[in-house]
Design a protein around this ligand. Structure first.
Ligand code: ACO
Length: 370
């Protein structure tokens, strides 16, 4: 038995949800470029869950369900108020999502219908939790979800406590479409491993949130913003990047396990970052990002991934850095739950082997003789 570190190149399951072939990302056969240009996040989530774009009536039903499910149990809000204000936001979200299961009497109902309802419910409630988390951390009261509006609009409304502008809603909606699914990424795999024991969907999503938190995965978008803050201005980019490269440190937001010629999602976020900067008459963050890309791609051949330009997009929308990875989780909930439903459909326990590299033929020695 020989181990493949990081399971690189290992095909661990079949899936009909999303695919990456020759650098092209598709959801259910639709190119991500097509969806980013034309689809809403609700249409995208429906596509991931049910395999086809919704009809007008199906979309209307989904929107209604998402609205109805958006309020979260008051007990969970009360618990969140007891979390330390300085706690990591992904750790807080992980705890809150885990708590949701305690107040759902159908949490352990493993029927297909019940799990589909829970997928929609989680998608509706996670944005409410993230917005509430942000407000509680600032000493503000959470804002109740609004009925009849999209997830992007509702999230910004609950976050800011006022009607968001159309440009921000559209930008966030596109970002949610772009982050919704990504084949067997680390967090999706974690979610599938968890439910393959026939554990419940809340456990699967809680595992996935834990995996997304890390800076080698979803946590990279916050790390990118930290880097931009540390650099501070366009003039400092070169010295900062050269220093990192000389110290052989990783530059967050660059590189990818699967894409070696660029992440197809990055160009959309780059364009959005430029548009938002131009609208605000301040393209500093965009200009700094472009210069970093020139240096890293020029010297290391590494291309930006989805996390790189999303940092400047969210900042220019006025969203605090600590919410970047939770927003990724809002979007990826659609993909995670679609994969969990797919796993249940044709389940087999996921239990690989390890190549043993430890000691052999040890003999027990009584404690007084050691
Ligand atoms: N900056 C500098 N060097 C890098 C970077 C980077 N961002 N990414 C890869 N490299 C280098 C490594 O140092 C290594 O060089 P070496 O062979 O000389 O030691 C080589 O490229 C291979 O890197 P690995 O980390 O082994 O590649 P792997 O496929 O395991 O990792 C990963 C992919 C984790 C995404 C990596 O590129 C990385 O750490 N990037 C930064 C974090 C990041 O942006 N993560 C988000 C990914 S997208 C997402 O999850 C949503």
């Amino acid at each position: 038995m020989t181990a493949t570190k990081g399971l690189e190149g290992i095909v661990a399951t079949t899936s009909s949800i999303s695919s990456i072939v020759d650098g092209v990302l598709t959801y259910r056969g639709y190119d991500i470029d097509d969806l980013a240009a034309n689809a809403t996040f609700e249409e995208t989530a429906y596509l991931l869950w049910f395999g086809a774009l919704p009809t007008a009536a199906e979309l209307e039903n989904l929107r209604r369900d998402l609205s109805n499910f958006a309020p979260v149990p008051d007990e969970v809000i009360q618990q969140m108020k007891l979390y330390p204000k300085e706690a990591n936001t992904m750790a807080a979200l992980r705890s809150a999502v885990s708590s949701l299961a305690l107040y759902d009497q159908a949490a352990d109902d493993m029927s297909r219908e019940a799990n589909e309802v829970k997928a929609v419910k989680l998608q509706a409630q996670i944005p409410t939790l993230v917005a509430a988390l942000s407000r509680i951390r600032k000493g503000l009261e959470p804002v109740a979800p609004k009925e009849g509006v999209s997830i992007a609009e509702n999230f910004l409304y609950m976050l800011w406590g006022k009607e968001p502008d159309l440009v921000s809603v559209k930008a966030l909606d596109t970002a949610l479409v772009l982050h919704a699914d990504h084949e067997l990424n680390a967090s999706t795999f974690a979610g599938r491993v968890t439910v393959a024991t026939l554990s419940d969907i809340y456990s699967g999503v809680t595992s996935a949130i834990g995996a997304l938190k890390g800076p080698l995965h979803g946590g990279a978008n916050e790390a990118v913003m930290k880097m931009l803050e540390e650099i501070g201005s366009l003039d400092n980019v070169e010295t900062y990047v050269q220093g990192k490269l000389e110290r052989r440190e990783k530059i967050m937001g660059f590189g990818h396990r699967v894409y070696k010629n660029g992440d197809p999602r990055a160009k959309h976020l780059m364009k959005m970052s430029h548009e938002l900067g131009t609208m605000k008459n301040d393209t500093t963050l965009y200009d700094m990002s472009v210069r970093i890309e020139e240096l890293i791609t020029g010297q290391k051949g590494l291309k930006p991934n989805v996390d790189f330009y999303s940092a400047s997009v969210y900042t220019q929308l006025g969203i605090e850095r600590e919410l970047f990875t939770p927003i990724f989780a809002i979007s990826r909930t659609s993909g995670w739950t679609a994969h969990i439903l797919e796993q249940y459909l044709d389940n087999r326990l996921i239990r690989p082997r390890a190549e043993y590299t430890g000691l052999a033929e040890q003999k027990y020695v009584p404690v007084e003789e050691r």
